[in-house]
Design a protein around this ligand. Structure first.
Ligand code: DC
Length: 226
C-alpha cells in the first residue's frame, strides 16, 4: 500500500480533466500534475528540432536533451522545456495536431511514465492524463474516468481557444482534432486510453464544474486522514 494519496484522472481529450484536477488539488492541498503537458512539451521540442519520429535512435537521443519541470502557481500548471516557459505554446494547434503520434512512441512513453512515477513517489497528488490509473499508478487509491458528449467537448474547447485569442480556428476544426485524438489515443499499441476496472466513471456532459467537484470530493473523502 502506498503511503501518499494519489488521485488518477483519465479520459478523452477536452472533457474537463484538468479543470477537475486543478480544483480537486486546490481543495485538498495536493500537488497537481498535468501529464498531457509533458507529452505536449516533448512534441514542441520535436517540432522545433525537426526530429524524425520514425527513427528510434534519434528519438532516444532527443529525449536525453529534454528537461521538463512543473511550477505550481495558483494551481495553474506551468511547464518549462529546458528552462523556457512553454505553457501557452503547447496548447496551440501545431502541437495539438502533432501530439498524438508523439505520445504513441514507446520510448517517449517510457521516459514520461518514469518521470511521472518519480513525482508521485512521496507526495499527495492529483495527476490527469490517459494512462494514469492503468499504467502510471495502477495502485492509485482513487481513479476517475471522465467522458462527455463530443460536441459539448468541442464547443468548450473552442470557446477556451477563442478566449485566449486563437481566432483563426473553426469549431469544426476543433471537433475534428478531438475526434482524431480520441481515435489515436484509444487505438494506439502502447498503453492506449482505457478505463481502469476500478475507475469511477464521471460523465460531465450535464454537470457544472461545481457539481463535478462535489461528486469527486465525495469519492476522495474516505481516503483522507481523519
Ligand atoms: O490531455 P492533453 O489533451 O493535453 O494531452 C495531449 C496528448 O497527449 C493527448 O492527445 C494524448 C497524450 N497523452 C497521453 O498519451 N498520455 C497521457 N498520460 C497524457 C496525454
Amino acid at each position: 500500500m502506498r503511503k501518499n494519496l494519489v488521485v488518477a484522472i483519465d479520459g478523452y481529450s477536452s472533457c474537463g480533466k484538468s479543470t477537475l484536477a486543478k480544483a480537486l488539488a486546490k481543495k485538498l492541498g495536493f500537488i497537481y500534475i498535468d501529464s498531457g503537458a509533458m507529452y505536449r512539451a516533448v512534441t514542441l521540442y520535436f517540432l522545433r528540432n525537426k526530429i524524425d519520429m520514425n527513427d528510434h535512435e534519434v528519438v532516444k537521443d532527443a529525449l536525453q536533451h529534454i528537461e521538463l519541470n512543473f511550477h505550481a502557481r495558483d494551481y495553474q500548471s506551468h511547464i518549462t522545456l529546458n528552462g523556457e516557459e512553454v505553457s501557452e505554446e503547447i496548447r496551440k494547434m501545431p502541437v495539438s495536431e502533432a501530439v498524438s503520434p508523439v505520445s504513441a512512441i514507446k520510448e517517449v512513453r517510457r521516459e514520461m511514465v518514469k518521470q511521472q512515477q518519480r513525482m508521485g513517489r512521496s507526495k499527495n497528488m492529483v495527476m490527469d492524463g490517459r494512462d494514469i490509473g492503468t499504467a502510471v499508478f495502477p495502485d492509485a487509491q482513487v481513479k476517475f474516468f471522465m467522458t462527455a458528449d463530443p460536441k459539448i467537448r468541442a464547443e468548450r474547447r473552442y470557446k477556451e481557444m477563442v478566449a485566449k485569442g486563437d481566432t483563426d480556428i473553426t469549431l469544426e476544426e476543433v471537433f475534428e482534432n478531438l475526434a482524431h485524438r480520441d481515435y489515436a489515443d484509444t487505438t494506439r499499441e502502447e498503453s492506449p486510453l482505457t478505463r481502469a476496472e476500478d475507475a469511477i466513471i464521471l460523465d460531465n456532459t450535464e454537470l457544472t464544474e461545481e457539481e463535478q467537484l462535489t461528486f469527486a470530493l465525495e469519492k476522495v473523502r474516505p481516503f483522507l486522514p481523519a
